[in-house]
Design a binder for this molecule. Structure first.
Ligand SMILES: C[S@@+](CC[C@H](N)C(=O)[O-])C[C@H]1O[C@@H](n2cnc3c(N)ncnc32)[C@H](O)[C@@H]1O
Length: 280
């Protein structure tokens, strides 16, 4: 495909819904770390997701283990239930959910990342609440339905039909449950990706889920800015795309309403609080 991009730049491939990066730019940028360059160069030759992500995790500890701030903001008000964390990495989100009482299944293509999640859960006495499953989500998907399906920065330079994976993720949301997707929508100066990368709009991302409008409510579909910290302690404002959609639950009977219903994403009280988020 001729994208019109210079060798050495990155662009968002709308058809494959992935960042595509040409390695030459990485070598040209003195600001980028050798590790990031090596990772991106591996991406250029990787045949599959595991070939890229397993060395990424095996070569170092990645990240600081903190949960995604958007996840915390949106999910803190929900009563815990079952959760599926797609592309969980080293489990910052999974562990936060488990500490809040959620019964979590963390999924990733990297066995090393999943071992770290399992070890963390054991260290914190949360093994009963955290299970891990290794999947290349392009090929296989966990069984079952969940009250919350979440995907934080489930983005990869390796070819992936992400819209199809996220459409499959929507089918794993239980009635009354939520699908929450938080994506990078800009590139910080320290990233190996090109700062001129073009990302899909929230609406384009949402359209990729192929949701039946009769079955889903869109609680949030917007870009949000945040202050990001780089590996050298530097800071920059970056943008995330945030999509939260709620699968409608069957209308409860009067008797069910009287008997202290659990507070799930589809509940009216919660809907009000999500609407509040949507106005931000
Ligand atoms: C950018 S990281 C985000 C990790 C974590 N959710 C976070 O927010 O820190 C993307 C994650 O998705 C995983 N991943 C990428 N492609 C995948 C695939 N095809 N199947 C399963 N996991 C995948 C990677 O291993 C990696 O852990």
């Amino acid at each position: 495909m001729d994208t019109g991009n210079r060798p050495g730049t990155s662009y968002w491939d709308h058809r494959q819904a992935r960042m595509v990066t040409y390695p030459k730019a990485l070598a040209a940028s003195g600001a980028n770390s050798a590790q990031a360059r090596a990772a991106a160069q591996r991406a250029a030759v990787a045949q599959d997701a595991e070939a890229f992500w397993e060395p990424h995790y095996a070569s170092s500890q990645v990240g600081n283990g903190a949960p995604n701030a958007v996840l915390v903001d949106i999910v803190a008000g929900l009563a815990p239930g079952s959760a599926l964390d797609l592309g969980c990495g080293q489990g910052g989100d999974s562990m936060w959910l488990a500490r809040r009482g959620w019964d979590v299944t963390g999924v990733d293509v990297s066995a090393t990342a999943l071992h770290r999640v399992a070890d963390l859960a054991a260290d914190q006495g949360l093994s009963e609440r955290v299970r891990v499953q290794q999947h290349d989500l392009s090929a296989t998907f966990p069984q079952g339905t969940f009250d919350l399906v979440t995907a934080s920065y489930f983005q990869s330079p390796v070819a992936m039909d992400r819209p199809t994976v996220l459409a499959r993720a929507a089918t794993a949301v239980a009635p009354g449950g939520m699908l929450l997707v938080v994506d990078h929508a800009s590139v910080p100066p320290w990233s190996w990706a090109d700062p001129d990368s073009v990302f899909p709009t929230p609406q384009q991302t949402l359209d990729g889920f192929r949701l039946d409008p009769g079955e889903w409510d869109v609680a949030i579909a917007e870009d949000r800015d945040r202050l990001a910290a780089g590996p050298g302690g530097q800071h920059a404002t970056v943008t995330d795309t945030v999509i939260a959609v709620v699968r409608r639950a069957p209308t409860p009977t009067a008797a069910e309403t009287r008997s202290a219903p659990p507070r799930r994403p589809g509940d009216r009280a919660l809907k009000v609080s999500l609407d509040r988020h949507a106005r931000h």
